[in-house]
Ligand binder design. Structure first.
Ligand code: NOJ
Length: 723
């Protein structure tokens, strides 16, 4: 077992020798805590269950004092004094909220991804938390799926890098440190491919899609030493992941070498009954344990069902001991035996908290994607002194938190209104919501329109509420909800008549289907959910204090009927762009996206030229250097992002049109030029052959470099692989 000290291994074996069956099942159980006015309660159980060893782990316990008290009961009042592992969904910050993963993915910056995870870990650990149910690594190509916001977007390549960075950030270099927490890579596997984007629905993907798209981010998490993995709620071609021995024991443990803890999703073991593969809790528990699930999260199936399953011979004591061993090993790695009170022992300094908010503002500004900008509508002119701020998301501080707010104080979030007022103290800011986020009331539109008559520019804050994405938030109509389109169209007409610019800022957990808005607004921004510093970050971008650099990590469709739409598609024998009737296209909609993967404008104007590939002929041990010159021909300092794609011209398996291989960034002053260098180890060009085994085929590869996956924007070169 990874990094387990010999004395810990001995201690664990000695403990297993002394534990009763109940105490063992307690270690394999995680129950949810919540709070009453007088302190924590455990849903459906009592603190006495900790004392009696029936509960060995908790989740959703918030606050250092509560965590310490529960830990004290476990350590000082239970027979064996085993410490608790305390888990929480620290997805994008704990008290200080950063943008959610999809928004952070827009940074294409692993260092920033690791940094926010590190800071979140520090904050959570200061509250006695030792495990986070993150990172979520589900690749999603379907914006209808609400959980798209929680993951890396459409690219497995991004998912792999996000996995590595987040595991590094949460776990640090020493998992036992007071500031480190165990990461849980979730949800294994292919949850992002739920049928029709409908939450919790069946998944049925090919083995190739599984191995090319859905497994790689988990493989990256495992090789980065992730402490735990959570299987998905869903079934994979009929086998619920919670009972999927071939995927959990086979693929994850044997093939990927995962040695850590498998923790079920919330109540997922009991839900095997609802899936229709278990008759009762006994069978459900037996199936999950046999598949390799170590911890049963809240269903109680292990506590209730495994004793009977043992009697009936459905499971063995050795299987139970194996899981107990893994759970205790993780507790040892977390340093919980050495000092169960290490996390949460000291309050954080004001300086640490302030530094974290600065980071949140910086990351939020960098996550915002400038989708369109006509005639230099942005940044706002410096002499603006009358600005209309319209829309239901303009003064909606709590919505800025996004889908997971952990222990964040709703009062501590900065609304756009507050941020703009702070950024433009000399300006008059007129504000009206116009309409609610959802709902049919249009009575506020008229008052909002009047503001347009007074203003020099309008900022329209539109989109989804925080809980309209995330878990259980699939949408069949991923458009502007409620009457927001009516509001926006009325504002566009009124402002258009007066020739004043309308800047639309979208708050959303997914790409929204808004072609009409993209065509008509003077500028369009995807702000996602920026987190606690939302208002300041949005104001930073609007005023030009920060230069936009975010790039969309997911394709924006023009129509729901185009979903799934992603850059890695294969051409087929009758490609989309072949220009004849019998090609892969729609008769009633374009096949082009609204915005390509990687799209994002800046306040600079970049020209890419002179693509060099060295060497042009390479063998498997080579690393190819790809260089491109970048010139900022604009009038402002800005950062350009350069994507490296490849396309195999011929192979035994039809190759995707584009495969992402690298991302480079360069910041340039106006009128200056530089070179971006990207390194491509030839072995990374391996693909899965017809037998699904990795193989490096000789032959020609197209090298494509540019600012997004829009093919017309890419410079092309050629590389010959010689094997
Ligand atoms: C259910 C969600 O699917 C999972 O992501 C989360 O970690 C658990 N609930 C615990 O809150």
């Amino acid at each position: 077992m990874r990094t387990l000290k010999p004395q810990d291994a001995r201690r664990i074996e000695a403990l297993i020798g002394r534990m009763t069956l109940t105490e063992k099942l307690g270690q394999l159980t995680m129950m949810a805590a919540s709070h009453t006015v007088t302190g924590p309660v455990i849903t459906g159980h009592s603190v006495d269950d900790i004392r009696r060893g029936r509960i060995g782990n908790l989740l959703n316990l918030i606050g250092a004092a509560a965590a310490r008290e529960m830990q004290r009961v476990a350590v000082e009042e239970s027979r064996l004094g085993l410490p608790l592992m305390i888990g929480l969904d620290v997805i994008h910050g704990h008290r200080t909220l950063f943008p959610p993963p999809l928004a952070e993915a827009a940074l294409f910056d692993p260092q920033a991804w690791a940094l926010t995870a590190r800071e979140a870990a520090r904050e959570a650990a200061a509250d006695g938390i030792s495990m986070t149910f993150a990172p979520m690594l589900d690749v999603s190509r379907d914006p209808r799926w609400g959980r798209t916001i929680e993951g890396p977007g459409e690219s497995a390549w991004v998912g792999e890098r996000l996995a590595q960075a987040k595991v590094r950030g949460f776990q640090g270099t020493d998992l036992a440190a007071a500031e480190s927490i165990a990461a849980v890579a979730k949800h294994f596997c292919a949850y992002g491919a739920v049928t029709a984007g409908r939450e919790y629905a069946s998944v049925d993907v090919s083995d190739r899609a599984l191995l090319e798209v859905h497994v790689p981010p988990f493989a990256a998490a495992v090789s980065s030493g992730v402490a735990a993995v959570m299987p998905a709620f869903t079934d994979l071609a009929g086998i619920p992941m919670t009972a999927h021995g071939a995927m959990l024991r086979g693929r994850l443990r044997r093939q990927l070498g995962f040695e850590g803890v498998l923790v079920s999703d919330y109540n997922a073991v009991a839900e095997l009954i609802q899936h229709g593969v278990a008759a009762d809790l006994v069978e459900a528990a037996a199936l999950a344990l046999a598949a390799g699930i170590d911890i049963d999260m809240v269903s109680g199936a292990y506590l209730q069902g495994l004793p009977v399953a043992l009697e009936r011979g459905l499971v063995t004591l050795a299987q139970i001991d194996e899981s107990v061993r893994r759970v205790l090993a993780l507790k040892a790695r977390l340093g919980l035996f050495e000092d169960p009170y290490r996390r949460g022992a000291s309050a954080e300094s004001a300086a640490a908290v302030a530094g974290r908010r600065r980071l949140a503002r910086d990351v939020a500004a960098r996550s915002i994607v400038l989708l369109t900008n006509r005639e230099g509508a942005l940044p706002l002119s410096t002499d603006i002194h009358r600005l209309a701020l319209i829309g239901p998301l303009a003064d909606a501080a709590a919505e800025m938190r996004g889908p997971w707010w952990s222990a964040a104080d709703p009062e501590a979030q900065i609304s756009v209104l507050t941020g703009i007022r702070a950024a433009l103290p000399q300006a008059q800011i007129f504000h009206a919501s116009g309409v609610e986020i959802v709902g049919a009331d249009e009575s506020g539109i008229a008052a909002a329109l009047e503001l347009c008559d007074e203003a020099q520019a309008v900022v329209l804050c539109l989109g989804e509420g925080a809980t309209m994405s995330g878990e259980a938030a699939s949408r069949a109509h991923p458009q502007l909800p409620g009457r927001q389109q009516e509001l926006a169209e009325a504002v566009l007409r009124r402002a258009g008549a007066r020739s004043i610019p309308v800047i639309a800022v979208l708050f959303c957990g997914r790409p929204l289907i808004v072609p009409w808005l993209a065509e008509r607004a003077s500028a369009l921004l995807a702000a996602w959910f920026p987190g606690c510093e939302a208002g300041h970050a949005v104001a930073d971008i609007l005023t030009g204090r920060a230069s936009p650099s975010g790039r969309t990590p997911i394709t924006w469709p023009r129509a729901v009927g185009q979903i799934p739409l992603y850059f890695e598609q294969r051409s087929g024998g009758r490609p989309t762009d072949s220009g004849n009737t019998f090609s892969s296209r729609y008769i009633d909609e374009s096949t082009e996206p609204l915005f390509h993967f990687g799209h994002g404008l800046t306040y600079g104007h970049f020209n890419l030229s002179c693509l060099r590939v060295t060497p042009e002929s390479a063998n498997p041990s080579d690393t190819v250097q790809i260089r491109v010159d970048v010139e900022n021909q604009g009038e402002r300092r800005a950062q350009e992002t350069v994507f490296l794609f490849t396309h195999r011209l011929k192979s035994r398996v039809a190759p995707p049109l584009l495969e992402l291989r690298g991302v480079g960034k360069i910041t340039l002053d106006p009128g200056t030029r530089g070179t971006v260098t990207l390194l491509l180890p030839v072995m990374e060009l391996q693909s899965l052959g017809p037998d699904l085994e990795p193989t490096l085929e000789p032959g020609a590869i197209e090298i494509l470099v540019g600012p997004s996956a829009a093919r017309a924007s890419l410079l092309t070169g050629r590389l010959e692989i010689v094997t």
